[in-house]
Design a binder for this molecule. Structure first.
Ligand SMILES: O=P(O)(O)O[C@H]1[C@@H](OP(=O)(O)O)[C@H](OP(=O)(O)O)[C@@H](OP(=O)(O)OP(=O)(O)O)[C@H](OP(=O)(O)O)[C@H]1OP(=O)(O)O
Ligand SMILES: Nc1ncnc2c1ncn2[C@@H]1O[C@H](COP(=O)(O)OP(=O)(O)OP(=O)(O)O)[C@@H](O)[C@H]1O
Length: 834
C-alpha cells in the first residue's frame, strides 16, 4: 500500500483549512503556519495574531470586564487564546515559536502580562477568552487564576486545580502510582502529617529508617515542594560516602559533591527514594495531548554536575525512541493530571532483556526548547485540539491519529453533517478505515573501503608462542583456530610481528627470491597494516590457524604446534561518502514513502504514541554506522553519528542473523549450487549474441529470466570478457609499477620501514595524508599497498595451470574498481578497467 495523498484547498473554510482529497480528515494547511516572519524583539519570532492585553487597553485598564479587542470591542469570529502565565514563560522563545505558527485568521493570541496577572483584580482580566493557556511557575497567583477561570468559564488547556497537586512531590507520586505508573521505591517524611505514620527517623551509616521503613544508600532526598530543586543524593560508605547536592543549573554546573556530608537534612518534609541506576542518562519527555510526545536524553545532573552544552550554549540532548510502555505512561500522565502540554522525567533501567522506566518527576506545562520539528508539531496539534473544542465543524481529523490513512470515503462535508460529529466521533470514524500498519526497510551499508586480507604460513617461534599464549586452551598442541579483534591482544600481536620482522631481517641475504625474504616482506606488510591506525579493536581482524605439529613418533600424538597460518583482515570501513549516502537515503526514503502526508508525515508519526520505530543492525561497524546515518536522514536528526548510534540503533543477538544466510544449511546449499553453475557457464568461450534460443535456454533458462539474459547480452562472450578484465588488470598493475618506480624507491622504502608510513590519526581518519612522493591516496594508503591490493586479486582471478578463472573474485574486482574510481580518481590510470 502506498500512502499517497494530496492536499486540496477547501474554499468554504475561510482559506485556512485544507481537506484531504475526498477524505474525512482535515488538516490545517502547513503553509498557514507563519514560520518565516521576522522576530519582533530579540530572537523571538513575531506572533502575527497576538495582542498585549495591557497595551491594547491602555488607560482603560482597570475598568470591569475588558474585551480582548480592546478599544474596538468587536468579536471577529476567531478563537481568542489567552496566555495567562508569568512573562518569563509566556514570552519565552519556545512559546513565541509555537504561537507564531498559529494561523492568524483562526486565532487571536492575548497576552495577559505580569502586571495584569499580579496587580489587577480578575474583573480586569479579558472577558471573552475562549481557550486559556494558564500554568503555574514561580510567583504565579494560582488561586487568583482559578477564580478567573470560574468567573469566565474558559476552556483550559492545562487544568489549574491539578497544578496545585503538581506542587507537592508526594501527591504526584501518589497519583502516578494510582495510575499504575512505576515510581522509584520511596518513603515520605511528612512534618505536616500528609499520609504520615510519624516523623521518627533513625540514621545509620548506610541506610535510614523512617517510621520503620528502610531506604538504603545510595538514596535521593527531595524536598516535598516541587519548586525546590535542592535535591541531595547520599552515597554508601562502600562508595566512599558523601553527598551530592543538585540545584537548578548555574552556568555550566548542576550539582556539587560534598565528601563530608553524610547526614540527611532535618529541616522539613522530604521524599526519600532509592537511587535508580540509569547509567547516567535522564529521559525528558514533553507531551502535546495524549497521543504525542517528544523525548530526549540528557546527561543526568547526578553524574558529574557539568552541564554539556553545544556551541550555541544549549544543553546537549540526544534523540530517544520511546518504548510502548513509555508512551502509555505519557498518555496516562496527560489524562490523570489533566495537563495537555506536560513535561516529565523518566529514569530508564535495563532489567534483563527489557527496559523499565520509572517516572521521578512531573513538571506540568513545559515546552521542548530548540526543536523546529517539535514547534511545528506542537502548533499543529494545539490548532487541531482548539478547533475540535471550539469549532468542531472546521476540523475533520487529528494529525496524531491519521497521518497514514489512505483509503477514505467521500463524505458529506457540509457544515451540518460535520459539526454534528464531536471529536470522538471523528476519531472513531477514522479508526474504522484502512491504515498502513507496518513498513519494513532493509538497508545495505554505504560505500566502504575495500575489504583486504593478507595470508601467510610461518614457523616463526615468536608467533608460535603468541598463538600458544592466546589460544583458548593455552596448550602447546592447541588445534583450535584463534580469532583476535580486541585491542589488547592485537597490540601484543603487533609487538610479536615487530620482533619477528627484526629477527627475520637479521642476517638475511639480498636474494629477492628466497623464501625467507618473501616471508620477511609479508611480516613487514602485516606490521605496516597494524601500525597504520591506532588499534582500537574495530577495523582489523586476525585469525591464526594451527597447520603443522611436532608429533610423538610412537603414538602420533600432536605435541607442539610448529607452523601456523596467519590471516589478517582489514578495510571494509564506512567512508564519509558512505555515511552521506545513508543520510541521503534516509531522507529520500521519508520523502518517497511518506510524501507530503497530511499532518507532517513520518516525522510526526515517529513521535505519536500509536507508532513505533525500531532500527536494528548486525555488529559490523560499517553496518551500525550506516543504520545511524540512515536514521539521521530519516528523522531529520542533527549532530554527530555516535550519539545517534548509541541512542537509536539496536544491536540485538536475534537480528544478527536476519540477513546472513551462512548459518542456514539449505540456503547455503542453494547458494553453492548457484555459484558452481555460474562458474562453469561463465568460463565458456561462447558468444551469447550468436547463440540459438535453445542454447540460451540451456545456459540460463526461459526468456522470463530477463536479468541474466540482459547481463549476458551485454557481456557477449563471458570468457573473452574475463580475459579482457584480467589483461586490463595486468596493464593497471604495470602502470602502478611504473608509478612506483617514478616515486623513486621512497614509497617502497616507506612501506617497509617502520615509522616511514604516513599514518592517519585514527581509524576514522579522513585520509588527508599524502601517501608519498606527492601521490595522495585515500586514508593514507601507500602506492605500494594499492598495487598489492590489485596484485592480490589479479593473481587469484586466473589460474594459469588449470586455465580457469575464479569467478568468486569478480565482486572483489568490482569492489576495488569502484573504490579507486571514487576515492583515488587523481591517479589517472591509462587503462580502461572502470
Ligand atoms: O519547563 P520550563 O520550560 O518551564 O523550564 C524549566 C526547565 O525545563 P525542563 O523542565 O524541561 O528541563 C529549564 O531547563 P531546560 O529544559 O532549558 O534545560 C530551566 O532552564 P535553565 O535551567 O535556565 O536551563 P539552561 O537555559 O541554563 O540550559 C528552567 O529554569 P528557569 O528558566 O531558570 O526557570 C525551568 O523552569 P522552572 O521549572 O520554572 O524553574
Ligand atoms: N530516584 C532517583 N534515582 C536516580 N536519579 C534520580 C532519582 N530521582 C531524581 N534523580 C535525578 O535527579 C534529577 C532531578 O530530579 P527531579 O526531576 O525529581 O527534580 P527536579 O528538581 O524537580 O527536576 P526538574 O528540573 O525536572 O524540575 C533527575 O533528572 C535525575 O537525574
Amino acid at each position: 500500500m502506498t500512502p499517497t495523498t494530496t492536499l486540496k484547498s477547501d474554499a468554504s473554510s475561510s482559506g485556512t483549512v485544507s481537506t484531504l482529497g475526498g477524505s474525512s480528515s482535515v488538516a490545517v494547511k502547513r503553509s498557514s503556519f507563519k514560520k518565516d516572519k521576522k522576530p519582533k524583539k530579540e530572537s523571538n519570532p513575531f506572533i502575527p495574531a497576538a495582542i498585549d492585553y495591557a497595551d491594547s487597553l491602555g488607560a482603560g485598564l482597570g475598568t470591569a470586564g475588558g474585551s480582548v479587542e480592546g478599544g474596538e470591542h468587536h468579536i471577529d469570529g476567531r478563537i481568542q487564546l489567552g496566555i495567562c502565565a508569568m512573562d518569563k514563560k509566556a514570552r519565552s522563545k519556545p512559546m513565541a515559536e509555537i504561537l507564531s505558527r498559529l494561523d492568524e485568521t483562526l486565532f487571536r493570541v492575548v497576552f495577559f502580562g505580569d502586571d495584569l496577572i499580579l496587580n489587577h483584580p480578575i474583573d480586569d482580566w479579558p472577558s471573552n477568552i475562549d481557550v486559556l493557556i494558564a500554568f503555574y511557575s514561580k510567583g504565579y497567583p494560582l488561586t487568583k487564576a482559578k477564580e478567573y477561570v470560574k468567573l469566565r468559564n474558559v476552556y483550559l488547556l492545562n487544568d489549574l486545580n491539578m497544578q496545585s497537586k503538581l506542587q507537592d512531590r508526594r501527591k504526584v507520586y501518589d497519583m502516578l502510582e494510582a495510575s499504575g505508573i512505576d515510581v522509584p521505591r520511596h518513603v515520605f517524611l511528612s512534618l505536616d502529617n500528609y499520609k504520615s505514620t510519624g516523623t521518627h527517623v533513625e540514621e545509620y551509616d548506610d541506610h535510614i529508617e523512617i517510621n520503620g521503613v528502610s531506604i538504603h544508600k545510595p538514596f535521593v532526598e527531595k524536598p516535598i515542594d516541587a519548586d525546590d530543586h535542592n535535591i541531595a543524593i547520599y552515597y554508601p560508605t562502600s562508595a566512599g560516602g558523601g553527598c551530592k547536592k543538585l540545584f537548578r543549573k548555574i552556568g555550566n554546573r548542576s550539582s556539587e559533591f560534598y565528601p563530608d556530608i553524610s547526614e540527611i537534612r532535618r529541616d522539613g518534609s522530604y521524599v526519600y527514594e532509592e537511587f535508580v541506576e540509569t547509567q547516567g542518562t535522564d529521559v525528558k519527555m514533553y507531551t502535546v495531548g495524549p497521543d504525542y510526545g517528544h523525548a530526549e536524553a540528557r546527561k543526568s545532573p547526578t553524574v558529574d554536575g557539568k552541564v554539556q552544552r553545544n556551541a550555541d550554549g544549549k544543553e546537549l540532548r540526544f534523540p530517544v525512541i520511546l518504548t510502548r510502555s513509555e508512551k502509555e505512561i505519557a498518555r496516562r500522565i496527560v489524562v490523570q493530571f489533566k495537563q495537555f502540554v506536560c513535561g516529565f522525567d523518566l529514569l530508564r533501567v535495563q532489567e534483563g532483556h527489557s527496559v523499565v522506566s520509572y517516572c521521578c518527576d512531573v513538571n506540568g506545562f513545559s515546552f521542548v526548547k530548540n526543536s523546529r520539528k517539535y514547534y511545528d508539531d506542537c502548533a499543529q496539534i494545539l490548532t487541531e485540539h482548539m478547533l475540535a473544542v471550539m469549532k468542531p465543524g472546521q476540523l475533520l481529523g487529528f494529525s496524531t491519529l491519521d497521518p497514514l490513512l489512505t483509503e477514505v470515503d467521500n463524505v458529506d462535508l457540509t457544515e451540518h453533517s460535520v459539526s454534528s460529529l464531536n471529536p470522538l466521533h471523528h476519531v472513531a470514524r477514522m479508526l474504522r478505515q484502512e491504515e498502513l500498519r507496518c513498513v519494513i526497510a532493509v538497508v545495505r551499508h554505504g560505500d566502504r573501503t575495500p575489504k583486504e586480507k593478507l595470508k601467510m604460513n610461518t614457523k616463526e617461534p615468536i608467533i608460535l608462542q603468541y598463538f600458544i599464549d592466546n589460544s583458548v586452551d593455552k596448550m602447546e598442541n592447541s588445534t583450535k583456530d584463534l580469532k583476535v579483534k580486541a585491542k589488547g591482544p592485537m597490540v601484543d600481536f603487533l609487538a610479536a610481528v615487530q620482533s619477528a620482522t627484526s629477527s627475520s631481517a637479521d642476517g638475511k641475504d639480498d636474494d629477492d627470491t628466497s623464501e625467507n625474504n618473501k616471508l620477511l616482506w609479508k611480516f613487514k606488510h602485516m606490521r605496516d597494516i597494524l601500525e597504520r591506525w591506532k588499534i582500537s579493536g574495530l577495523t582489523r581482524k586476525l585469525q591464526i590457524k594451527p597447520r603443522k605439529f611436532d608429533t610423538d613418533p610412537d603414538t602420533g600424538e600432536k605435541l607442539r604446534c610448529k607452523e601456523v597460518q596467519l590471516i589478517l583482515k582489514w578495510g571494509g570501513d564506512l567512508t564519509k561518502l558512505g555515511e552521506n549516502q545513508a543520510i541521503k537515503l534516509g531522507k529520500q526514503f521519508r520523502q518517497e514513502i511518506y510524501p507530503d502526508a497530511p499532518g507532517g508525515g513520518i516525522l510526526r508519526l515517529h513521535s505519536t504514541f500509536r507508532h513505533d520505530l525500531k532500527i536494528k543492525t548486525s555488529d559490523e561497524g560499517r553496518v551500525m554506522k550506516t543504520a545511524a546515518a540512515f536514521a539521521k536522514g530519516l528523522l531529520e536528526l542533527e549532530g554527530e553519528i555516535p550519539p545517534i548510534l548509541v541512542s537509536l540503533v539496536h544491536k540485538e543477538k536475534g537480528s544478527m542473523h536476519m540477513l546472513d544466510p551462512s548459518g542456514d544449511k539449505d540456503v547455503k546449499l542453494e547458494l553453492d549450487e548457484c555459484k558452481e553453475k555460474l562458474s562453469k557457464n561463465l568460463q565458456q568461450d561462447i558468444d551469447w549474441r550468436a547463440m540459438t534460443e535453445e542454447d540460451r535456454f540451456r545456459l540460463v533458462g526461459p526468456p522470463q529470466v530477463t536479468s541474466l539474459r540482459d547481463a549476458l547480452a551485454k557481456i557477449g562472450n563471458p570468457r573473452k570478457t574475463l580475459q579482457m578484465i584480467y589483461e586490463t588488470m595486468g596493464t593497471l598493475i604495470e602502470e602502478l609499477e611504473v608509478m612506483l618506480m617514478g616515486c623513486g624507491s621512497s614509497d617502497e622504502k616507506a612501506a617497509v620501514e617502520p615509522g616511514g608510513i604516513p599514518k592517519g590519526d585514527s581509524e576514522e581518519d579522513g585520509g588527508n595524508d599524502a601517501a608519498l612522493s606527492g601521490v595522495k591516496l585515500y586514508k593514507g594508503e601507500t602506492l605500494l599497498e594499492l598495487t598489492e591490493r590489485w596484485r592480490f586479486i589479479h593473481k587469484r582471478l586466473y589460474d594459469k595451470e588449470t586455465d580457469t578463472f575464479d569467478l568468486t573474485r569478480i565482486p572483489d574486482v568490482l569492489d576495488n574498481v569502484r573504490f579507486d574510481v571514487l576515492h583515488n580518481p587523481h591517479l589517472g590510470f591509462n587503462c580502461n578497467i572502470a
